[in-house]
Design a protein around this ligand. Structure first.
Ligand code: GLP
Length: 237
């Protein structure tokens, strides 16, 4: 894994956007896999500020909460619209449908979208427990899109975005680790001391389903952009 140490999240956002631009220029990247959470926000700010045109590009998001509609202010669809798509239109932007009546059909639909639009560059954040997307510890490395149960620590970390903990959905649709691994390039952003153990497990730990992000050790093109606090647990840097 290539590790880029940045001084703060603002610099991290710039670096991540530079990698997107290189992929667009050098590899003619047309499909971006995108992530929610607070970590990629500065990258979206850079994209919005730039004069880069994304209108012939496709965006495929990692996940969505089950039970939240695409107009619910807490949904990942609204997060993406507000932080990026409303300001920088893409040709198509896909987010799982949290209100789908039939979960199995929704997962198949989403997997077909990923199949038809191979991801050139996938942006990831990381959960404090090492999850990527909403692939919690124990997720098979070859998994596809599924309806998942969120673990207590994820609900606890994500409650900051909701009025109260009881409002945090307990399930989500998530792109699988198998699909994430098929992306040609992966850029993972992580900041702050709460991510120390997750990054240590991902980069230096054993490759195990207990740390979903450790699957990335097998991927040939991963860049981790992180600040000093998040990288503090690494023995070599
Ligand atoms: C959620 C998202 C993940 C994200 C994680 C970390 O669980 N499903 O994709 O990586 O939050 O979020 P943050 O960047 O806010 O720490």
């Amino acid at each position: 894994m290539n590790i880029i140490k940045v001084k703060d999240q603002a610099e991290g956002g710039k670096k991540a956007f530079e990698l997107i631009q290189s992929a667009m220029k050098e590899r003619n990247a047309k499909v971006l896999g995108l992530a929610t959470g607070s970590s990629p926000i500065t990258m979206y700010e850079e994209m919005v500020k730039s004069d880069v045109d994304f209108s012939d590009m496709v965006a495929i998001n990692l996940d969505e909460y089950v039970g939240l509609s695409e107009t619910d202010s807490q949904s990942y669809r609204v997060f993406m619209n507000e932080n990026l798509f409303n300001k920088k239109p893409f040709k198509n932007s896909y987010v799982p449908n949290g209100m789908a009546k039939n979960a199995e059909e929704e997962c198949e639909r989403y997997d077909s979208i990923i199949e038809e639009n191979p991801i050139d560059l996938q942006i990831l954040g990381i959960g404090t427990n090492g999850h990527i997307g909403f692939n919690e510890p124990g997720t098979p490395f070859d998994s596809l899109t599924r309806k998942v149960d969120l673990v207590e620590s994820t609900i606890e970390s994500n409650k900051r975005f909701f009025e109260k903990k009881e409002d945090v959905p307990t399930q989500a649709y998530s792109m699988g680790i198998g699909s994430i691994m098929k992306a040609k390039e992966i850029v993972l952003v992580a900041y702050g001391e709460s991510k120390v153990n997750a990054l240590k497990g991902m980069i230096e730990g054993e490759m195990t389903e207990d740390c979903p992000a450790s699957a990335l050790q097998k991927h040939p093109n991963v860049t981790v952009i992180a600040d000093e606090a998040a990288l503090a647990g690494l023995s070599s840097l």
